[in-house]
Design a protein. Sequence first.
Length: 57
Amino acid sequence: MDDTTKAIILSVIERAPQWLRHDLDSKDQAVRSRAEETLAAMVADGLAHGGKQAGKD
């Protein structure tokens, strides 16, 4: 993984909303799975768009 990819992933994680962070720590498997899928989609979108936030570029 190159430095650009790492920076994009870190940027996405830093912008993750509080509800997502909370749900990633949930004991409820369904809640945690939803949060994991959401974070994965956010990372994929960040990588696809070079880390630019939607509406901010």
